[in-house]
Write a protein that binds this ligand. Structure first.
Ligand code: XMP
Length: 533
């Protein structure tokens, strides 16, 4: 596809207009800091999350229109706890402190914070006692509003210049404001959905107080990123590993819009995809988008190397190694390329604040193409680095990528291999594909697909006795799994009704020869993980 002539060669102008209204979120280690960013971006304002340790220079150079201080697990009453960098108050931009952020701001500006016996966790109510720019159009004086609290400490004396605008039983300084300096503090968490008007409050801060105009849209992002890719790549060649998942698909289509045939996609087909998926990838990218696509059917090789492998970590490492080898082989056949595209998302690049310290345990070795760029001496093109998953989906829709791909549940790199505990064979893969298809078909028919983060079947390495018609069966058992989640880090079991589960189980046993028992996995994460291996 030819490059779109209407898009400027330099991204600078677009870049500026999209990013000029930016908000900085300083993270003090709250579990929900990312939600602040989500809410701010949903209101059309670009923002970034940085650790509270960010340097003065970096903060000044970012030139934010406003700064939000997140919550955090520490107590400001501890002298070693994190402090707000002084530059935040020197910049004279609006500041909103949330929970720990409010307390740290108060303490540093001359107020007092104490540990309290009135700890508040969960749902609470605040009484609005004064008008405030944060409340415009959402909360009115005299009303009582629901919020979500999670704090032990509380402000007990205001810094000079502040006044109280809302109170709660456990936090007499639930919302405070110094409208002259445009400094605000809330004891509760406006970023969580359990504070029903929280998004409106944050929007008031970014739009009304900080003066952001809400120009951050996916249409704008698309144009800006296309210009950026052209600038980075020039006349160079880019290769992109396609898996059929949302992130690599969106990255590929976006890059293709930017540089057309300078992009070649490589689809390493390990033979562990779901039913019809490999065909769909080829049809979509070659057929619909006319993207250069190398399809390498490597299923024989993968199955051969996995023969006899039952340990989950060895399975994962074998698949990861083979993937890299095959990918490299195909890339070399293409004559190499200077750039490798990756669908890295913003949550992967946020510098997180950790209070636990120490090395964390490896639960699973995730399969990705890490290490490839160095091995092959390539530079990375990562057009999605600024986006959250929801935004990637919106961008995909903006690029006309079919909904079956854009709205698809996450699928692990090692594919069905980690949903077959024990040895993997072609027969087992075929059996699992059939079970999985019936299950997903029923989920879609019931209109539940989008309410679920991930749903899949697992083929269990056990045979059980059953009775069908007048005969005895001795066949395999399978497990069904469905979870809700926001990021895959924690997950809850999806509460299907028994009628639905009965229907699915009936269909599977009747339609998939070789399966005579169906179980439903009711383990949340933690203690379980989402995948079985
Ligand atoms: P677990 O099983 O660790 O999975 O609770 C969390 C999320 O990650 C996905 N997952 C993977 N994704 N490569 C991936 O790209 C992998 O090796 C991999 N292993 C697990 C899993 O499907 C879930 O969404």
């Amino acid at each position: 596809m030819p490059a779109d002539a209407t898009i400027p060669a330099s991204s600078t102008k677009l870049d500026e207009s999209l990013h000029q209204d930016r908000i900085l979120i300083l993270d003090f280690g709250s579990q929900v800091t990312q939600l602040i960013a989500r809410r701010v971006r949903e209101s059309g304002v670009y923002c970034e999350i940085w650790p509270f340790t960010a340097t003065e220079e970096r903060i000044r150079a970012f030139a934010p229109r406003g700064i939000i201080l997140s919550g955090g697990p520490a107590s400001v009453t501890n002298p070693d706890s994190p402090r707000v960098p002084e530059v935040v108050f020197e910049l004279a931009v609006p500041v909103l402190g949330i929970c720990y952020g409010q307390q740290a701001m108060c303490l540093q500006l001359g107020g007092r914070v104490e540990s309290s016996d009135h700890r508040e966790f969960g749902r609470a109510f605040v009484d609005i006692v004064e008008d405030c720019a944060l409340f415009r159009g959402a909360w009115a004086r005299g009303n009582r509003e629901q919020v979500w609290m999670s704090h032990g400490d509380r402000v007990t004396e205001l810094p000079p210049g502040f006044r109280i605008v809302a109170v709660s039983e456990g936090a007499p300084f639930a919302v405070i404001a110094d409208e002259g300096r445009r400094l605000y503090g809330v004891q509760f968490h406006p970023e969580v959905v359990h504070t029903p008007h929280g998004a409106a409050l944050l929007r008031n801060f970014t739009h009304n107080v900080a003066g952001c105009s809400g120009t951050w849209t996916m249409a704008g992002f698309r144009d800006m990123e296309i210009a950026r890719i052209r600038e980075q790549v020039g006349t160079g060649k880019v290769i992109c590993g396609l898996s059929g998942g949302v992130d690599s698909s969106v990255a590929a289509v976006l890059i293709h819009e930017a540089i057309g045939d300078q992009l070649t996609c490589i689809f390493v087909d390990h033979g562990m995809m779901r039913a019809g998926e490999a065909e769909e990838v080829i049809e979509t990218f070659r057929g619909r988008f006319n993207i250069r696509l190398v399809h390498r059917d490597a299923s024989e090789l993968f199955l051969r190397e996995l023969d006899g492998v039952t340990d989950p970590e060895i399975k994962r490492k074998t698949i990861g190694r083979l993937f890299v080898e095959v990918f490299e082989e195909e890339a070399t056949k293409l004559g190499g390329a200077q750039f490798l595209a990756q669908g890295t998302l913003y949550p992967d690049v946020i510098e997180s604040v950790s209070f636990t310290g120490g090395p964390s345990v490896t639960i699973k070795s995730h399969h990705n193409v890490g290490g490839l760029p160095e091995r092959m001496n390539m530079q990375l093109v990562e057009p999605l680095r600024e986006l959250f998953k929801d935004e990637v989906r919106d961008l995909g829709r903006e690029l006309d990528i079919p909904e079956v791909i854009v709205g698809r549940h996450p699928f692990p790199g090692p594919g069905l291999a980690i949903r077959i505990p024990g040895n993997i064979t072609r027969e087992k893969l075929d059996l699992l594909r059939k079970v999985d298809s019936v299950y997903l078909e029923e989920i879609r028919a019931a209109g539940l697909y989008d309410a679920i983060w991930q749903a899949f079947a697992v083929l269990l390495p056990v045979r059980t006795v059953g009775v069908m018609g007048d005969g005895r069966t001795y066949d395999q058992a399978c497990a069904l799994r469905a979870v809700t989640s926001t990021d895959g880090m924690t997950a809850d079991v999806y509460p299907f009704d028994m009628g639905f589960l009965n229907r699915v189980a009936g269909r599977i046993v009747n339609e998939v020869r070789g399966i005579n028992r169906v179980t439903y996995d009711i383990t949340s994460k933690p203690p379980g993980t989402i995948e079985w291996e």
